[in-house]
Write a protein that binds this ligand. Structure first.
Ligand code: FES
Length: 258
């Protein structure tokens, strides 16, 4: 453990953990769109910037992305200077221009008292803010089905060659981690659609609920060396079975002691 100073208060922190984690543990609200505990940080949204200095820096300070900067002993951190607040407002305005219909961005703008953007709005702007949370989680799972394609304003997240991603298994991790809910998907009686691909959904043999795509079950079966029968029953029914078994064991143990 090391001591750092956040907004004038001495705080104990794990040496090497990221500043954003320490700052949030203190209950300090720092906006962050590209950060998620399930994936490695990439520092793309720039909203979590903070000012750091040390006594021996003789008055010099730096601005760093707190999600990517590891804790060091004796760091002195400021999280809400006028410069940082202005910087965050500018970033939010840029996001408003790029993604004018995103509820997440509008909510964030409201929290910062921003009602309109100074920047030229992209008329057909979508809600993708290029935070790469979707591609990072897809890579983390070992699928690498989607990535960034094209450049500059034309940059989009898609499958290879801007076609439906052949390596996608329909797990929905990308859609669930997306902070702006940009990635669309649908489930219906006959299957799941995402990234212009259609997937068969397996039904739980106990309750009949459709929970996982056949492709994802096969992928996990290969990767985790599980029999396909492991996916016959959904997690809810497995938990129910387990609690019933535990109940029976407790009753038998009580009867044995009487
Ligand atoms: S959360 Fe740190 S740059 Fe996005």
């Amino acid at each position: 453990m090391v001591t750092i100073h956040i907004n004038g208060k001495a705080v104990q922190a794990e040496d090497g953990e990221m500043l954003l984690t320490t700052i949030r543990r203190q209950g300090i609200d720092i906006p962050a769109l590209c950060h998620h505990d399930a994936v490695e940080p990439c520092g793309s949204c720039r909203l979590c910037m903070v000012e750091i200095t040390k006594k021996e820096w003789n008055g010099w300070s730096r601005h760093v992305t707190s999600c990517l900067y590891p804790v060091e002993a004796e760091l002195i951190i400021a999280t809400h200077t006028p410069y940082l607040q202005e910087l965050r407002q500018t970033i939010i305005e840029l996001y408003m221009a790029r993604s004018p219909h995103s509820e997440v961005i509008q909510k964030m703008a409201g929290e910062y008292g921003i009602t309109q953007t100074r920047f030229q709005t992209v008329p057909d702007g979508d809600n993708c803010i290029m935070c790469y949370a979707c591609t990072r989680i897809c890579a983390e799972l070992g699928c690498f089905a989607i990535s960034a394609a094209e450049r500059g304003h034309d940059k989009v997240i898609s499958g290879p060659l801007r076609e439906a991603p052949v390596d996608c298994v329909g797990c929905l991790s990308c859609a669930q981690i997306c902070p702006t809910h940009f990635i669309e998907w649908t489930d219906d009686d006959t299957g799941r659609t995402i990234w212009e691909r259609r997937f068969e959904l397996l039904a739980c043999k106990k309750c009949g609920k459709k929970t996982i795509t056949k492709d994802f079950a096969e992928y996990q079966s290969r990767k985790r060396n599980l029999p396909m029968s492991y996916f016959d029953i959904c997690d809810d029914c497995k938990r129910m079975e387990l609690s019933k078994t535990m109940g029976r064991i407790v009753v038998s143990a009580e009867e044995a002691t009487q």
